[in-house]
Design a protein around this ligand. Sequence first.
Ligand code: HEM
Length: 499
Amino acid sequence: MAALTISTVGLIVSVLFALVWMARKFNLTRNRGNKIKLPPGPWKLPIIGNLHHLIGEHPHRRFLSLAKTYGPLLYLKLGEIDLIVITSAELACDVMKTHDIVFASRPQLLGSTIISYNSSGIAFSPYGKYWSQLRKICTLNLLSPKRVNSFGVIREEEGSHLVEAIRAANGSPVNLSKMFLSVAYATFARAAFGKECAHRQEFLMAMKETFKLASGFSIVDLFPSLGFLGDVTGLRARLLRLHQVLDEILSEIIEEHEEKAREDSADGDLIDILLGLRRDGELGASTTMDNIKAVILDLFLAGTETTSSTLVWAMTELIRHPKALQKAQTQVRNTLQGKTEIKQSDVSNLPYLKMVIKETLRIRPAAPLLVPRVCSRPVELHGCTIPAGSRVVINAWAIMRDAKYWASPVSFEPERFEANCLDYKGSNFEYIPFGAGRRICPGVTFALSGVEYWLALLLFHFDWQLPEGDGFNGTQVEEVFGLTLNRKIDLCLLATPHK
Ligand code: HEM
């Protein structure tokens, strides 16, 4: 009881200190706000700024409502953070093309700092020489089309396991959310480590937890100068625990790889390649083992949930749109007719399936706000000043369902992609599921190879229905927001093997 009282008093004193300190800071901000013309935004409260405007809805939806009132260039003060929200293709082009280099850095969030070894992976390292070097290695060595192609056998084997698991359900509903995450995880684990890791379940749980904690909108990331918030909320302790679990598993895997270092690392898994590049001095003299672990973790974090959520949403939309399901299934079955074993190369010519995936990524993008960026120096956008250090999010979810660019924007209509040449390269800013510019997702080929192949397998081998009496859950589109946009309720469907 005494301890509780002391800690409570301590907390109150700390909060008071914080309030006084932040009130001062707020005044400074207001003074600066008088000098420069910030983008429009709603009224603010002292200290918390606009935090109260985000209560009750997922950020991408709330940002859209606010953009409808204040326009596509929106300014919010979230705690200590200046947040700029972009909600038009034209402004997205300004940020990710015209001024790409100014907006090419990432914010330093507590999650990425602790989990990714001081943000030394690819996704959260600041823009600069180190990031450029990693990015080059990623594009040329780790995720090049040739390398991604070489993982085809892994995708095929994991695809067979998926089909077997669905068959084994023998008419009971199958939890596709769990299965897709499992196939995405197992494939990446084998590509990265060369085999399934011994601590698979522990690793997966730690990754899932990390995802939940890393949205970037936690109170701790909105008051970065108040380091104690990480302790008071328990977030720092949870992240450190997760980091320890992941670090121990990765250290063990790397040690095993070092012990049997391959002669030709170019043919190995991702860890072999990174260790080989390090030995050859191509990673830079100061690159440590922790940096290698950070790269692997970032790729895992960036690649597994995004891939599985895209698969889940694709099946959700297909089950909600039986005509699209039938059309996709007919094309898959006609094209693959007579095949007993379906190879990755067999699914390259399925244009309607590709359109289904494009439409899924339009209407249910795995990263609705992309990944946040930071403005490195003051810059003018549409007559307003974006202050240096502002955090910038692009509401890709809102842009990709804006009636200005899309007919019937909220309908699921894969056919819309027949008449246009929109691709994933980030050159048309009304369609940016993988982002654009220097920080565009380097994993597009890796992601699509899996999504296309596994979706084709599922449509080829099974007929799909909603479980009886469970119609609502199968077509349910309620979302849960973290770093990726997932279904709130797992997708469970009935699969009947196709004869
Ligand atoms: C459907 C699946 C995926 C989607 C929708 C997706 C989407 C994105 C988006 C929107 C970004 C931020 C881009 C920006 O800031 O402009 C990103 C970054 C990134 N993605 Fe993906 N991604 C997917 C799969 C993957 C996969 C499979 C990998 C790797 C195996 C991967 C690795 C990365 C990395 C490393 C970054 C950070 C790039 C940087 O900051 O330089 N992604 N992704």
